[in-house]
Ligand binder design. Structure first.
Ligand code: BTN
Length: 149
């Protein structure tokens, strides 16, 4: 037992140091996705609620795209570790549509933060008969805009 103590101490310190070295993924900042859309998350409050701006590079309905506000939150409970799950809604300012995104903030093997998301884009249709074609689904991967690093 006496001989094992220094070994256990070294192991404990090594594991502790490793834990400290794990990079946290933070949603705050400027992001670009695989479609070329830009999102800035400006404020995240103590409850994990955030807001910012979103410029989509594409649209299903309009050629003109303006800034639209994303509103969402990320996990902030006792279970939340370094790579939080999150969700946000974009209420498009130039169309009748709404998109909801859900995803997770990861740190990849190169230490780069990446947001892996899935979305549902709900378009407005004239009547209930057209409801079947009103929702699109897809994925987006966001990486931090280089200029900010
Ligand atoms: C619209 O077409 O009415 C609003 C714009 C929708 C843009 C979609 S949302 C999902 C996907 N990801 C983006 O960054 N843009 C498209």
């Amino acid at each position: 037992m006496v001989q094992a103590t220094p070994f256990l101490l070294v192991l404990f310190l090594a594991l502790g140091a490793h834990g400290l070295a794990v990079k946290k993924c933070s949603l705050t900042g400027r992001w670009v996705n695989d479609l070329g859309s830009n999102m800035t998350i400006t404020s995240v409050n103590a409850n994990g609620v955030f807001a910012g701006s979103y410029y989509t590079a594409v649209s299903a309905h309009s050629t003109a795209t303006n800034e639209s506000p994303p509103q969402g939150s990320h996990q902030k409970g006792p279970n939340q570790k370094n790579q939080p799950t999150f969700g946000f809604t974009v209420n498009w300012s130039f169309s009748d549509s709404i998109t909801v995104f859900t995803g997770q903030c990861f740190v990849d093997d190169d230490g780069k933060e990446v947001l892996k998301t899935m979305w549902l884009l709900r378009s407005r249709v004239e009547n209930i008969k057209n409801d079947w074609k009103a929702t699109r689904v897809g994925t987006n991967v966001f990486t931090r805009l280089q200029s900010q690093e």
